[in-house]
Design a protein around this ligand. Structure first.
Ligand SMILES: [Zn+2]
Length: 143
């Protein structure tokens, strides 16, 4: 019974677009609208939000079952490139943060008492003698 339904569904999906990134995104937006509408007290606003949610779901279905694959492919590609562009600064900021964190778990930064040069000292080595590469001033630091 279920196998038969599954096969029928597979046949139905032949030549159709299927779930792509933009379809998933519109579904996610629809869920977001639904969630917000639950917390909105105003009846009209909540209805508008629900209508938006419904439109999002409808658009997702439209994409998944569309037979115009070429057009849907173009739209999806435009969406993915826009998303990549928009999230690039976020991703690079996150990468920099991870780098910074990794750096600070293995090293400690000191400033030279004499010239203010920042010096990198590996952590976990006890008290070490640090010599500034710039002014040759040396001092002891806890690592
Ligand atoms: Zn110095």
């Amino acid at each position: 019974m279920f196998q038969k339904l599954g096969r029928k569904f597979q046949q139905f999906m032949i030549g159709r677009n299927g779930p792509d990134d933009l379809a998933r995104f519109s579904l996610a937006v629809a869920f977001a609208f639904m969630l917000v509408s639950v917390f909105v007290n105003d009846a009209l606003a909540s209805q508008v939000l629900m209508a938006c949610a419904f439109a999002g779901v409808a658009y997702c279905y439209f994409r998944v079952f569309s037979r115009k694959k070429a057009n849907r492919f173009k739209e999806n590609r435009a969406y993915v490139s826009l998303r990549t562009k928009l999230t690039a600064p976020l991703r690079s900021a996150y990468a920099r943060f991870k780098e910074w964190k990794a750096y600070h778990t293995t090293h400690r930064i000191y400033r030279c008492e004499q010239c203010g040069q920042s010096l990198r000292v590996p952590k976990g080595k006890g008290t070490v003698k640090v010599t500034c590469p710039k002014c040759k001033h040396s001092f002891t630091a806890k690592s």
